[in-house]
Ligand binder design. Structure first.
Ligand code: NAD
Length: 333
């Protein structure tokens, strides 16, 4: 049996996921939630979606009475994820939610709790946690091939265009580059190092306060300390291109991913040579794995559930706090 998925939010990433799901052997797109009737029509004909599986943002609570939908994949602006997840959970359907899961730890805690209560799964679209080159580095690290881990560097950014887009609107985005792209370095630092950070220092710089309004971060550099003594140094930005690189250094070797989080192919290299895992479309792989998690109870090598989404927002809350205080802040996960 296939995981029958409805996509909420028919924007650019939603379209990418829908196209990739065509090749999934375990998940299929069967429904939509959208505020734009013309897009619904277009998706209905493009993906063969029946009228009875089409909803809008006012009536989607009625999905609870639809036995033909198992899960709703929320691919809307960040600031909407929390409320939408609560409503989907209440409708008794599994939730797949895009990153960032919510815009702060409080929201994420409520989302985890709502899904636990409703007895539905909550998974986050952390596709890199399933990517083969990434997992090979994680394997090498676990097997001791890199020795004791000393340092991680995560560079995550791109130059953002249109100043009117929701990504630059604090209410819908929850912040700026950190919420959108810096989160890759936050999340990456945890699976590359293999620990969760316990302290953070952070510095913000803004070259364009008109484009990047109050509460919308343009560039933040941040540093982590881990329980083992390992440290990390990261950059999150909306004003530089060609910035998608992870570097992990241990006492016996190193691992590099560059590009580290783009749609692929991901390129990896270690002290032992190039990594050559074949490219797989991330979103197809993700839907296959998520169907296995939801329908078969399989555990992924790296978890990508609500607890992981929450951890990143606890850390991001601490990063913003450190920017404000200028001090080293404790991270309590
Ligand atoms: P987008 O702007 O292309 O699409 C967002 C969709 O939400 C649009 O169809 C829009 O109509 C709809 N929407 C519903 N309510 C809205 C409202 N009140 N205001 C504005 N739009 C509303 O954005 P996107 O790039 O598809 O991003 C959507 C989500 O997916 C974000 O949370 C983003 O972080 C995430 N994302 C994840 C990845 C990944 O690789 N995992 C990549 C891109 C985006």
């Amino acid at each position: 049996t296939m995981l029958r998925v409805a996509i909420m939010g028919l924007g650019s990433y939603g379209t990418r996921v829908a196209d990739a799901m065509k090749d999934s052997k375990k998940a299929k797109l069967v429904g939509v939630v959208s505020g734009t009737p013309s897009k619904v029509k277009e998706w209905q004909s493009k993906y063969g979606i029946p009228e009875k599986n089409c909803y809008n943002y006012e009536n989607f609570d009625a999905i609870k009475d639809n036995p033909d939908i198992d899960a709703v994949y929320i691919i809307t602006p960040n600031g909407l994820h929390h409320d939408q997840t609560l409503r989907v959970a209440k409708a008794g359907k599994h939730v797949i939610c895009e990153k960032p899961m919510g815009i702060n730890a409080k929201e994420c805690r409520e989302m985890v709790e709502a899904c636990r209560k409703a007895n539905v799964k909550l998974l986050v679209g952390y596709r890199m946690r399933l990517e083969p080159n990434t997992l090979e580095i994680v394997r090498m690290r676990k097997d001791g091939e890199l020795g004791k881990i000393m340092f991680f560097q995560g560079l995550s950014g791109f130059r953002i265009g249109d100043p009117t887009q929701w990504r630059l609107d604090k209410k819908l985005a929850g912040g700026g580059a950190m919420m959108d792209i810096g989160i890759y370095a936050v999340n990456g630092s945890r699976y590359m190092v293999g620990e969760d950070p316990v302290w953070v220092t952070a510095q913000e710089t803004k070259t364009d306060p008109v484009k990047f309004k109050d509460g919308v971060d343009e560039t933040i550099q941040f540093q982590f300390g881990f329980p083992s003594g390992a440290v990390a140094s990261c950059l999150s930005t909306y004003s530089m291109n060609n910035l998608d690189r992870f570097f992990l250094n241990g006492e016996k070797g190193f691992a590099e991913l560059h590009p580290a989080t783009g749609y692929g192919p991901i390129k990896g290299r270690t002290h032992k040579g190039e990594l050559n895992k074949p490219h797989v479309t991330h979103q197809t792989l993700q839907m296959d794995r998520m169907a296995e998690i939801i329908l078969e109870g399989k555990e992924p090598e790296l978890p990508l559930d609500g607890e992981e989404g929450l951890k990143d927002l606890i850390i991001i809350d601490a990063i913003y706090k450190a920017v404000k205080s200028g001090k080293k802040e404790t991270i309590e996960i």
